[in-house]
Write a protein that binds this ligand. Structure first.
Ligand SMILES: [Mg+2]
Length: 178
């Protein structure tokens, strides 16, 4: 079955997520992927991302970054962001997710995972029972071709969109659809 790859919600990007709404629903913590979710692969954080984290923290959320990338990469990324992180997370293996929950001090039911890859981010979150939001992966304008893995992701996403049971399981969490 494909359901192990299905996110709980789909958003065009991290800015389209209604974080206030999530908080009102009782969620207390957010786990973010970094590369192609918040910025392009390997890039520094931006003013927009820094501001987003400030806003999210002001709402009351705890945050943690869960990345398969190195400690050095993450340390540079969070220069202006006050957040926890787990490096070399080895997603979709569950250990990194469980460590993130432990560091946050929250339960899986009160935490939401946000990431761009079905076969790592979302699969791992589902294995742990953490609700997830898939965001459209960021890419440069000059990148016209997409890889095989992304093409398979598109197929899974198309099936997800046909599934009323699995779509929109977090309610009105998306503010806008591009
Ligand atoms: Mg990613």
């Amino acid at each position: 079955m494909l359901k192990k790859f299905f996110p709980h919600a789909y958003a065009p990007d991290v800015y389209a997520i209604d974080y206030e709404y999530l908080y009102e629903q009782g969620y207390q913590a957010l786990i973010f992927d970094i590369d192609q979710t918040l910025v392009q692969h390997g890039e520094q954080s931006t003013k927009e991302v820094d501001e987003l984290f400030k806003r999210i923290h002001a709402i009351g959320f705890k945050t943690i970054l869960l990345s398969n990338n190195s400690k050095e990469r993450i340390e540079e990324f969070i220069e202006n962001i006050d957040t926890l992180y787990v490096a070399m997370a080895d997603k979709p293996q569950v250990d990194g997710y469980l460590k993130a929950l432990d560091m946050l001090g929250t339960s899986k039911e009160k935490t939401v995972f946000i990431g761009d890859q079905i076969f790592t981010d979302i699969l791992g979150a589902n294995r742990c029972g953490i609700p997830s939001i898939l965001v459209r992966f960021l890419r440069h304008d000059y990148e016209t071709k997409i890889g095989k893995k992304r093409q398979v992701e598109r197929l899974v996403l198309a099936c997800y969109r046909l599934s009323r049971t699995y779509q929109n399981r977090l309610g009105n969490v998306v503010k806008e659809i591009n």
